[in-house]
Design a protein around this ligand. Structure first.
Ligand SMILES: [Zn+2]
Length: 82
């Protein structure tokens, strides 16, 4: 069992064309912009839309940033991505 697991981990480390799609990367964290594996399970609301975050840490920092009115940070990123 552990042998199978280590082989699976070794395989997953090899990048290949289209690897992102096979790994199920569906979105990027609105705060740190890291790709989110699989379906995002943490969300924040930004400008009336639900946006994914990668972890509770980014969710907390996002809330602090918004609470202090520093949303330009995210607005500029979104403008650049669009
Ligand atoms: Zn993040």
């Amino acid at each position: 069992m552990s042998d199978l697991l280590s082989r699976a981990i070794a395989r997953s480390g090899a990048p290949a064309p289209g690897a992102d799609a096979r790994r199920g990367i569906s979105a990027s964290c609105i705060h740190c912009t890291l790709p989110i594996l699989g379906a995002p399970c943490l969300w924040v609301e930004f400008e009336g839309r639900q946006r994914p975050v990668c972890c509770a840490g980014c969710q907390a920092v996002f809330n602090v940033v918004v609470a202090h009115g520093m949303t330009d940070l995210y607005r500029e990123r979104n403008a650049g991505a669009a």
